[in-house]
Structure formats: structure tokens, C-alpha cells
Design a protein around this ligand. Sequence first.
Ligand code: CA
Length: 229
Amino acid sequence: MRILLVEDEPDAARMLAKGLREQTYAVDIASDGEAGEYRASVNEYDLIILDLMLPRKNGFAVCREIRAAGSCVPILMLTARDAVQDRIAGLDTGADDYLTKPFEFHELLARMRALLRRGQALRSEIIEIADLVVDTRKRIVKRNNRPIEMTAKEYALIEYFARRAGEVIGRADISEHVWDESFDPFSNVIEVYVQRLRRKLDAGHALKLIRTRRGEGYVLTAGSEEAGE
Ligand code: CA
């Protein structure tokens, strides 16, 4: 899941991004409203955390313009003031939820999870594909009831595959949703991570879940329509 964090206070932005990356989110930071709006227009984010008080363009204006551009990306607004008018105005300009600063990091995570779920038609937090279980709340992956240890990035990739099980996922999709803007499109990092996931998830199992579609990408499936590699 790739997040855009629009926050002008450098320390707050750094701390928040660090915490979110530890939770396996890919995070881009924009430090003013115009930069935030620009990034939102060129990248496909899964969620935007938008501070209200921003230089150049405030959160209301950014939110309004993101919606005017036709995007329905979930937007969580951060307001420093506990003013009812700000919250109402935020929701009216197209924000999906808000948090009043200062907030507990765990409350932010819970609200983010709720917003991310909304886009997926009430899909369960626990995704099962054959004997593979991905618990997106606890960030636990099991195959055949055995927990599999994963780094944050490996987990982010398998969660992304699991959420789109059965669909062909191309490199561009993966780089957009699992990596942040520091991703180098000419590197082979995606292939390296997919190989690692295969070793961890599929090695020793007759049923290979991660399939390659030549020239198209990857599919996570328990279906038997195509032999794995
Ligand atoms: Ca601010």
C-alpha cells in the first residue's frame, strides 16, 4: 500500500513516515500543498494523509482539487485545531475522515486500515488462498498453518498480491503500490523480491501460488489453469 503524506513540519513528517514504513507502507512525503497536489496527480496512491495547515495551498484546497480531478483516493485529513468548522469543511471538501493533532499513532493506523478496507467492498482483513493465509491486521503470513517470517517489504508485496489474487499484476502496478518514488524502474528489485517470496512461500509445496505470465506480470492463484515456474 502506497501512501502520500502531505505534512509541512519536517520532524513530524519524518517521524510519521518512519512509523508507517515500519508498518510496511510505502510512503512519499510532500512538504507543501502544491507539491502534495502534484504528487497526487502523477502517482496512484492507495491513501493520502493530508495536513490542513500547509504552506502554498491549504489542505481544503488540495482536497477539493484532488476530487475535482476525479480521484476517489481515500483522504485522511489532519487538523491541528479542534474546531468543529474545520472538520465539517474538511469532510465537505471531500476528505473521508479526519484526525485531530496530536493523535495516537495506533489510532491513525486503525483509521487508515478502515479507509483502505472501504475501497475493497468490505473484504475481510484475513485473506485466504488455498492454504496461504495473509492476516492484514496482524501482518502475519502462514502457509499450511506455518508462520513464514518476512521482511517489511516482502510482506508488503505478498499483501498486495493477496489483495488482488487471481488478477495479473504487472511490474508497473507493483512499483506504484509497493515501492515509493525512490524506486528505480531500471532495477531488477521486483524480480529479486518475487524470487524471495517464491522461496519462502512456494518452495517445498506441490501447489505453486505465485505464477509468472510472460510479458504481463504475476498472478497469485491457487487455480490450476497454468503451470507455475
Ligand atoms: Ca502543518
